[in-house]
Write a protein that binds this ligand. Structure first.
Ligand code: SRM
Ligand code: SF4
Length: 567
């Protein structure tokens, strides 16, 4: 094996198609952790080893090993589960996890605080429910996300089916998942096991999203491949393909930056799955394998150029991209409350702050949704903004569901401020090993304080998109927030301003490493000016540009260079 390859690259190549020593690691009762190499491989199986960061110092003083625990993420293309699956997931949350279900920004569920000894039972229970966690994390294609309600129209259904097909085609195939978790006998491994990925898998994670214009609730351009469905006469005829989106960056490393995917061409609908496979193959063969910080597809494209990409695509796919078709993306938020489709079914979008479903003291959210699952015969759909749609409700069922919504005081969008119901935050502390500052646990307080400023300026009922991430990795897609914070240190954040509301313009760094009081001090005059000087229907981010607070975007440098110097 090449000496120059980083450890993570060597581990996957030598893992016998992702088996590693996971079975031995699981059997080792002396520690709550996996062996070091297996912590890399477990990600391909949907699992992250974590430890409770609230307890880290205490355990260190007691000379105990960290409080090891796991996060398990489901693969769930398009984010849909049945009521029966909901009950099963609800039970799993109690039996094996911390009593909560967490809806993610990529339309799936996470379980937190699962202990090593419970992992096999949890995954076996998922299997019984017809669900799995294969490929939810790791250097492969991740959960394929899309606009979320196939019942609204035939086009929604087409787009949803494409998401499922892409997810299936790009999933990893070896029998490691069945052997490690589902007790299937170990077999002789051979190279046929992983015909597409081979033993190298991908250089880094890879993400695909599909938007059906005009809505962009999946932030399609934040993905390695963003597909924009093109309709003609109510039918999806094909997809514009955008390539090279990604949010992550590292503070102080100018070679890293968030990037929006660039629209490059169109493919007919019947070619979209093959086209995605061709693009992933290009990244598999040309992505950087020596530096993980440079290994995302966005850097492959910026290194080689878009013309190179188009040539590669024509070669690998066998046909060139067609010219881009016209489209408009208008908004990236969810539409709360009830909607009705052309077949007479009803759909209710509920606001789930930070996607966290548990029984809180003031809100019995998990119990409420469990109760709804008992009487609901349609589906549950997760949005990419961490909210939940109770989908395909018949006219007869609607009153009973509304009765539960009222009884439990669930938020159909009418109980929260527009700022709060459109805000997204990542998980961060206490489970995320990369968090530098609070995010999910801080969001309610922060939205309250920013809303108070908006209220005082007379715009309390307006929507401004707020995103908070506990570090620059950008799991809440902060660089697409009109206002966004990324954690720097406990209580300290970088403040970004100026994205649009349609997910088509990144924001830029306004001020670095500031505390809450400075954040509010900075926002107050801007919100007041916005209230007084904005044009009709002008978003806060757009206003900041028109007003000259932010100058025209100057490229990736902006993400490292604050507009306002500290002090
Ligand atoms: Fe993420 C890593 C949580 C969406 C960019 N992300 C992590 C880890 C696994 C931390 C780790 O590596 O140890 C976090 C686990 C926290 C925890 O305790 O649960 C984590 N990411 C999340 C979730 C749960 C955030 C949420 O609150 O919903 C989202 C789960 C998505 C899913 O269901 O698959 C989540 N992560 C995203 C997104 C948004 C998206 O994909 O639309 C991004 C930005 C888009 C992108 O990929 O560029 C994102 N996560 C990252 C990165 C930076 C990647 C990069 O290119 O630099 C990391 C760190 C890494 O990969 O090294 C990361
Ligand atoms: Fe963790 Fe950072 Fe992602 Fe937040 S943005 S979940 S802190 S990796």
């Amino acid at each position: 094996m090449s000496e120059s390859l980083p450890e993570a690259e060597q581990i996957k190549r030598e893992s016998r198609y992702l088996r590693g020593s996971l079975r031995e690691s699981l059997a080792d009762k002396a520690t709550g952790a996996l062996r070091e190499e297996d912590t890399h491989l477990s990600k391909f199986h949907g699992l992250y080893q974590q430890d409770d960061r609230d307890l880290r110092e205490e355990r260190r003083q007691q000379k105990l090993e960290p409080h090891f625990q796991f996060m398990l993420r489901l693969r769930l293309p398009g984010g849909v589960v049945t009521p029966q699956q909901w009950w099963g997931l609800d039970r799993i949350a109690d039996e094996y996890a911390d009593g909560s279900l967490r809806l993610t920004t990529r339309q799936t569920f996470q379980f937190h605080r699962v202990f090593k000894e419970d992992l096999p039972s949890l995954i076996q229970d998922l299997d019984v429910l017809g669900l799995d966690s294969r490929g939810a994390c790791g250097d492969v294609n991740r959960n394929v996300v899309t606009n979320v309600n196939p019942h609204l129209s035939a086009s929604h259904q087409t787009v949803y089916e494409a998401a499922v097909q892409i997810s299936e085609r790009l999933n990893w195939r070896s029998a490691a998942y069945e052997e490690v978790w589902l007790n299937q006998p170990a077999k002789q491994t051979d190279d046929e096991e992983e015909p597409f990925y081979t033993h190298r898998y991908l250089p880094r994670k890879f993400k695909v999203a599909i938007a059906l214009p005009p809505h962009n609730d999946c932030d399609v351009l934040a993905n390695d491949i963003g597909l924009i469905a093109i309709e003609e006469n109510g039918k999806v005829i094909g997809y514009n393909i955008a390539v090279g989106g990604g949010m992550g960056m590292t503070y102080g490393d100018r070679a890293t930056y968030p990037r929006l995917a660039t629209p490059v061409g169109f493919v007919p609908a019947d070619q979209v799955v093959d086209a995605c496979e061709a693009i992933v193959a290009i990244q598999r063969d040309h992505g950087c394998r020596t530096n993980r910080a440079h290994a995302r597809f966005k850097y492959t494209l910026d290194d080689h150029g878009l013309d190179w990409f188009k040539e590669q695509f024509a070669q690998v796919h066998g046909q060139p991209l067609e010219d881009l078709r016209d489209y408009t993306l208008t908004d990236s938020g969810d539409r709360f409350g009830w909607t009705e489709d052309d077949k007479g079914f009803h759909h209710l979008t509920l606001c789930i702050p930070s996607g966290r479903i548990r029984d809180f003291e003031h809100l019995k959210l998990r119990t409420a949704l469990h109760d709804i699952a008992k009487i609901h015969s349609g589906e549950f759909r997760i949005t990419c903004n961490q909210n939940l749609i109770i989908a395909r409700v018949s006219a007869e069922e609607r009153a009973a569901i509304q009765e539960r919504v009222d009884h439990y005081a669930l938020d159909d969008g009418s109980r929260s401020t527009p700022l709060a119901r459109n805000a997204i935050s990542c998980v961060a502390f206490p489970t995320c090993g990369l968090a530098m500052a609070e995010s999910e646990r801080y969001l309610p307080e922060l939205t309250g304080k920013i809303h108070a400023l908006m209220e005082a300026a007379g715009i309390g009922q307006d929507t401004i998109h707020l995103r908070v991430s506990g570090c620059p990795n950008g799991c809440a897609r902060p660089y697409l927030g009109e206002i966004a914070l990324t954690g720097k240190a406990p209580g300290k954040y970088n403040l970004f301003l100026g994205a649009d509301t349609g997910g088509q313009r990144l924001n830029r760094l306004y001020r670095e490493n500031i505390d809450e009081s400075q954040i509010l001090t900075d926002l107050k005059p801007l919100l007041e000016r916005y209230a007084q000087e904005r044009e009709a229907d002008e978003g806060f981010g757009d206003f900041l540009y028109r007003d000259g607070v932010l100058s025209a975007h100057a490229g990736s440098e902006d993400f490292h260079q604050p507009l306002i110097a500290q002090g």
